[in-house]
Ligand binder design. Structure first.
Ligand code: PLP
Length: 425
């Protein structure tokens, strides 16, 4: 560690909890000193010490083209020169909403907000208002931001009444949250019995316990169970939206939710997000309807500019290239692990990759709860030493960007393979 990083580290910890503005950035799961990034270009990040890394964090999925993409930068710069925020509606908001509706037709109407957390909180409020019910059903291992109703743990397995996973979250709130097992329809059916659930909220490809795709029939089954019980189906596509397909996971798996949340790529990797869905539901939102929800910065011109510049660049071909890249990464990791006689699961969907060391299959949280964190930490640092930054936790998805595709990826795959070989030696 250099003097510069040491000094910034202690200054940051004096003024921000853990020295960070979001916990995973503190590298708690892997140890060592988190880098301070000063710039990004394409697939690379540059640190304050002048080190360069090939970046598979990609702003936790938000960057799909690459860092500082010239067209996105130009769009944001031009927007900034016209003004950074007005608090009055702009034509760009209308254009973006129309484009999102074209790409994700189930979002007949939508509302722009400022973070994925806000999008899921707002969608849940609307679902509760529309159904007159208070319960919500979520899945162990999924993440929907840090809103109180979503910060739950089960204790052991399925739970009819979630327990707060953080101090400060009232048990009265989480008692309304039921926790089911991902990819297990029977667990959902059981927890929907007795009624009272406004919405099933699900990541259609789970991305917050590593990348765990839905097994065939799971999403269709959720749709059916929701229809049978008058429950709304909410796809939290903050991560998967525009990342696994141009129309999101709902187009890939051909299952239509009632409400959808988007963020990250949908905002061109700026602080924006959306929620939307059936027009009859969205018309309940203020001022058309009685469900209150608002935001000073919502629909911000810098966000809409970045979003439009990004979404206009997405082609079906990009996701085919992501899948091919995922397959190559998976093949190399499986080859190295196989030679070492070490179990591994590598999943990939579009630009999402999940790497699970030491397990034979991954369908739900139960399969990954006991991952060997020490082993992952050694692998992480071996990759970092070779100039590759993967997410600093065994429970995070790796993300591809267009800028990776080509030589950069070839070299990164070689280096990641070598890092794994060293780790398993
Ligand atoms: N929903 C999902 C599926 C996410 O992956 C995330 C963030 O990673 C969120 C919601 C919360 O979004 P934000 O961090 O923008 O509040």
């Amino acid at each position: 560690m250099t003097v510069v990083v040491e000094e910034l580290g202690s200054r940051s910890r004096a003024v921000m909890p853990g020295g960070v503005n979001s916990p995973v950035r503190a590298f708690t799961a892997v140890g060592g000193d988190p880098p301070f990034v000063v710039s990004g270009k394409g697939a690379h990040l540059r640190t304050v010490e002048g080190r360069e890394f090939v970046d598979f964090i990609a702003s936790w999925g938000g960057q799909i083209l690459g860092h500082a993409d010239p067209e996105v930068v130009q769009a944001v710069t031009e927007a900034a020169m016209r003004g950074t925020s007005f608090g009055v509606t702009t034509p760009a908001e209308v254009e973006l909403a129309e484009l999102v509706r074209e790409l994700v037709p189930s979002m007949e109407m939508m509302r722009m907000v400022n973070s994925g957390t806000e999008a899921t909180m707002s969608a849940l409020r609307l679902a509760r208002a529309a159904t007159g019910r208070s319960g919500v059903l979520v899945f162990e291992g999924c993440y929907h931001g840090h809103g109180d109703p979503f910060l739950v743990r089960a204790g052991s397995g399925l739970a009819m009444f979630g327990v707060p996973s953080s101090p400060g979250v009232p048990p009265e709130v989480t008692s309304l949250t039921r926790l089911a097992r991902y990819n297990d329809l029977a667990s959902v059916a059981t927890l929907l019995e007795g009624g009272g659930v406004a919405a099933v909220v699900v990541e259609p490809v789970a991305g917050n316990m590593g990348c765990v795709p839905p097994v065939p029939g799971f999403l269709e089954g959720l749709r059916r169970l929701c229809d049978q019980t008058g429950t709304l189906l909410v796809f939290d596509e903050v991560m998967t939206g525009f990342r696994v397909a141009r129309g999101g996971a709902q187009s890939l798996y051909e299952v239509t939710p009632d409400l959808t949340t988007l963020g990250k790529v949908a905002a061109g990797a700026t602080p924006g997000a959306l929620y939307g869905g059936r027009a009859d539901l969205m018309r309940m939102v203020s001022p058309d309807g009685p469900v209150y929800q608002a935001g000073t910065m919502s629909g911000n011109p810098l966000v809409t500019a970045a979003a439009m510049a990004t979404l206009n660049r997405l082609t079906d071909d990009l996701y085919e290239r992501f899948d091919a890249a995922g397959e190559r990464m998976a093949a190399e990791l499986r080859r190295v692990a196989g030679q070492a006689g070490h179990p591994i699961v590598v999943n990939y969907v579009g630009g999402m990759i999940g790497v699970f060391l030491g397990v034979e299959q991954v369908r739900s949280w139960d399969d990954v709860a006991e991952l060997d964190r020490g082993l992952f930490a050694r692998f992480f640092h071996a990759a970092l030493d070779r100039g590759v930054l993967v997410p600093p936790s065994p429970y995070e998805t790796w993300f591809l960007m267009e800028a990776h595709l080509g030589d950069v990826l070839d070299r990164a795959i070689e280096n990641i393979g070598a890092a794994l070989q060293e780790t398993l030696r």
